[in-house]
Design a protein around this ligand. Structure first.
Ligand SMILES: [Zn+2]
Length: 390
């Protein structure tokens, strides 16, 4: 058995953007190498922002690459990464769930032989957003894929998928990329200035997309800092209720703005493709228009939850900083900008209390993802934090 990777040069090429994932990259490269065994169904797991879909696309590029390495320069690599390779199909959703029809269409595509490439690769981002019925549509094709087909499912964790699907996939687990790795990527890929890249990467805690936003969106870092400060200054239930209201209102407004924008683009695209110029939708197409409106609502619901979850992750990082002061670990704070407030909070509570609050944050995240009205969950959490700070 040969071990072609022992003297392999650094991955490079399409792997350049897959940061902090040496083990996963080695696993992919081994599987695609001449002596490797290529599984036909893969499950790429990792926390949001760790680069699951980037890794899946890089692997797809490697499978299509004219040199078989994922060189990053050949036509196959370039089109795969750009999302235009005819034999690589990506399904992503910004809604609460992936529609069964979408997966059905994907299964049909999976049956077709590759048009130009050596393989047909199907990538499902957010594969955790499928209902049991949709999983069943997928199952058959994953059980017995056509010879040239490779499925790649991406999800936060293996437990997010039905066991029947999970057990048929080769698992690749991504790590949370380090702040150093993310900061280096922002500097190299996006030309972000070093100091800002370090701050943005630290605040984003391993979420690459979020780090980029912090580095490029005016006021985003300052707003995060402000919300950390206000979390630590809560002193009464009344303040907590007001803060929760303001937070949910802000999240809703942010989500609505984005969802409205996407809905408008969807509608224009639909009208254009139907050849309607005066905006008058004939009766036969009204059901489709209604579907677009439904989609917009679901998209907004999911976005509100995403925005609030990001807030809760930030709150978690603040409390963890407080805990590290209790424990005297000397670890560098994530929220170094509010260090005085963190020291003060640590002086007025105990490690025991802070640990309980960290649990409460996790509980709030679970409640929101389990359909508890966000305002209720956030109010309860902030009230608890306020009372503990007195
Ligand atoms: Zn290539």
């Amino acid at each position: 058995m040969s071990t072609p990777l022992q003297d392999a040069p650094p991955a490079g090429g399409v792997w350049d953007e897959v940061v902090g994932q040496d083990a996963a990259v080695a696993q992919f490269r081994r599987a695609a190498s001449p002596g490797g065994s290529l599984a036909q169904a893969w499950l790429v797991t990792g926390p949001p922002g760790s680069g699951r879909s980037t890794a899946a696309r890089a692997f797809a590029a490697m499978l299509q690459c004219e040199t078989g390495t994922g060189c990053g320069h050949c036509r196959a690599c370039v089109t795969t990464v750009a999302g235009t390779h005819p034999d690589v199909t990506v399904v992503a959703t910004d809604k609460l769930s992936i529609a069964k029809e979408e997966v059905r269409a994907l299964v049909m595509t999976a049956q077709r032989a590759p048009a130009t490439g050596r393989r047909r690769v199907l990538i499902i981002e957010d594969a955790d957003r499928m209902s049991a019925g949709t999983f069943n549509v997928l199952l058959k094709s994953i059980e017995e894929p056509p010879p040239a087909t490779v499925w790649m499912l991406c999800a936060p964790s293996a437990e997010d998928l039905a066991p029947t699907i999970r057990s048929r996939c080769r698992l690749v687990t991504l790590a949370i990329p380090s702040a150093q790795d993310v900061s280096a990527l922002l500097q190299r890929r996006d030309g972000v200035e070093a100091g800002l890249a370090v701050r943005a990467a630290r605040a984003a805690q391993g979420h690459i997309g979020l780090a980029l936003r912090y580095a490029t969106q005016d006021g985003a870092l300052a707003a995060r800092e402000e919300s950390a400060r206000s979390l630590l200054s809560l002193r009464s239930t009344g303040q907590a209720v007001l803060a929760a209201q303001a937070l949910v209102e802000r999240a809703t407004a942010e989500a609505k703005e984005h969802a409205d924008q996407v809905a408008l683009e969807d509608k224009e695209r639909f009208l254009r493709s139907a050849g309607i110029e005066d905006g008058k939708v004939p009766p036969a197409l009204r059901a489709q228009m209604r579907q677009l409106e439904e989609d917009a609502k679901r998209r907004q619901t999911r976005l509100v939850r995403d925005v609030l979850d990001r807030y809760l992750l930030d709150a978690h990082s603040v409390l963890r900083d407080v805990l590290s002061r209790h424990l005297g670990t000397g670890a560098e704070l994530v929220n170094i900008e509010v260090e005085p407030e963190i020291d003060q909070a640590a002086a007025h509570s105990t490690g025991h209390i802070t640990l309980a609050l960290l649990d409460a944050v996790q509980e709030a995240r679970e409640r929101i993802s389990g359909n508890v009205p966000p305002l209720l969950a956030i109010e309860a959490l902030l009230a608890r934090i306020a009372v503990s700070h007195r």
